[in-house]
Design a protein around this ligand. Structure first.
Ligand code: GTP
Ligand code: MG
Length: 289
C-alpha cells in the first residue's frame, strides 16, 4: 500500500489549512482570514484503500525579519526535510511576489517530489492563468492542479496525484485516525480561532492560549484556559465592553469543543497579559512544538 508524509507549504493565507480540512473531511486545523493563523505542524490523515497519507500543515512562509517569522521559516525548512512529498499551495487571487520567489528557490531542489495546488479558483479575483504561468516557468515538470478548498473543486485530482507520487510503505496510524493532536492542543486551537475571528490588527498575532487544567468529572469536561496577550490594551479588546467579546469567544469555543468530546463542557476562560512573549524563545518553541 501507499504511505507518505506530505508537507503542505505556501504563503500565509494561501488556504493550506482549509485545503487540509477538506481533504481529511474533518476540521483538523484552524483557519482564518488573517495571515499566519497556523503556528504548529499539524497532522491530518487521509485513509483510502490505496493507502494512508499523513499531511503536515505548516505555518505560512513569510518574508519578514521578526523573530517569530524567522522561526516559522525554520519550521517550513525542517518539514521539507522530514516529508516524503511537498504540497505547495498558491493563492491565485494574489500575484506571485517575493515570498513566492523565496519558496520556489527552496522547492527547486525537491522537484521530483512536489505537487502544486493553484487554490481559490472559485474566487472572483482568481488570476489563475497568471499564477499558472509563474509555476510553469519556475517549476517546470512539476504537476499542478487548480483547486478550490471551499467548493472542493480539483481535490480528487489533487489527492490522486498525491497518491501516485507516494512511495509504498506501512500504514502509520490506525484506519479511523484523522489527526494525532492531543485533546489539550485541539481545545487551545479552537479557542484561539474563536478569538482571532473576533479581533483585528495586531491582536490575532499577539495572542496564545494556555490550558491551565482539563479534567473530566462525572459527565462534564472542565477546562480552565487563559487567552494570553502582550499588552493591557489588547486585553481590553479581548474582554470587550462589559465582557461581551470574551463571552462570545467562550460560547463559540464551548460549542465547537462539545462536538469533539462525549461530555458536557464547562469552559472557564480568562485573559492574561504576558509582555513580549514573542521575544522569548522558550514560549515560541513551546508554541511551535
Ligand atoms: N474563496 C476561497 N477562499 C479560500 C479558499 N481556501 C481558503 N480560503 C480562505 O482563505 C483564508 C485563509 O485560509 P487558511 O486555510 O487559514 O490559510 P492558510 O494557508 O492555512 O494560512 P496560514 O495558516 O495563516 O498560513 C480563509 O479565510 C479561507 O476561508 C478557496 O479555495 N477559495
Ligand atoms: Mg493555516
Amino acid at each position: 500500500m501507499k504511505a507518505a508524509f506530505v508537507s503542505i507549504v505556501g504563503r500565509p493565507s494561501a488556504g493550506k489549512s482549509t485545503l487540509l480540512n477538506k481533504m481529511c473531511g474533518y476540521k483538523v486545523s484552524i483557519t482564518a482570514s488573517v495571515p499566519q493563523t497556523t503556528r504548529n505542524k499539524i497532522r491530518g490523515i487521509v485513509n483510502r484503500e490505496e493507502g494512508q497519507i499523513v499531511f503536515i500543515d505548516t505555518p505560512g512562509f513569510h518574508h519578514n525579519d521578526r523573530k517569530f517569522n524567522i522561526m516559522l521559516k525554520d519550521v517550513v525548512r525542517s518539514s521539507l526535510k522530514e516529508a516524503d512529498l511537498v504540497l505547495y499551495v498558491l493563492d491565485t487571487t494574489r500575484k506571485p511576489g517575493i515570498e513566492e520567489q523565496d519558496l520556489v528557490e527552496l522547492l527547486k531542489d525537491h522537484r521530483d517530489r512536489i505537487i502544486i495546488a493553484l487554490n481559490k479558483v472559485d474566487h472572483s479575483h482568481s488570476a489563475v492563468e497568471e499564477v499558472t504561468a509563474f509555476i510553469t516557468e519556475n517549476l517546470p515538470e512539476v504537476r499542478w492542479v487548480q483547486t478550490s478548498a471551499v467548493t472542493g473543486e480539483g481535490l480528487d485530482e489533487l489527492l490522486s496525484g498525491i497518491y501516485s507520487l507516494s512511495p509504498e510503505g506501512e500504514q502509520m496510524y490506525p484506519d479511523d485516525f484523522y489527526t494525532d493532536q492531543d485533546p489539550e492542543f485541539r481545545v487551545s486551537e479552537i479557542i484561539r480561532e474563536k478569538a482571532i475571528v473576533r479581533t483585528r490588527e495586531e491582536v490575532p498575532h499577539a495572542l496564545y492560549v494556555d490550558i491551565a487544567d482539563m479534567e473530566v468529572n462525572e459527565d462534564t469536561l472542565w477546562i480552565r484556559a487563559f487567552l494570553t496577550v502582550e499588552r493591557e490594551s489588547q486585553k481590553g479588546i479581548l474582554v470587550g465592553r462589559g465582557g461581551q467579546v470574551i463571552k462570545e469567544i467562550r460560547q463559540a469555543a464551548q460549542k465547537e469543543i462539545k462536538g469533539l468530546f462525549p461530555y458536557k463542557i464547562h469552559l472557564d476562560l480568562r485573559v492574561k497579559v504576558n509582555p513580549k512573549w514573542r521575544k522569548h524563545d522558550g514560549v515560541i518553541r513551546r508554541l511551535l512544538g
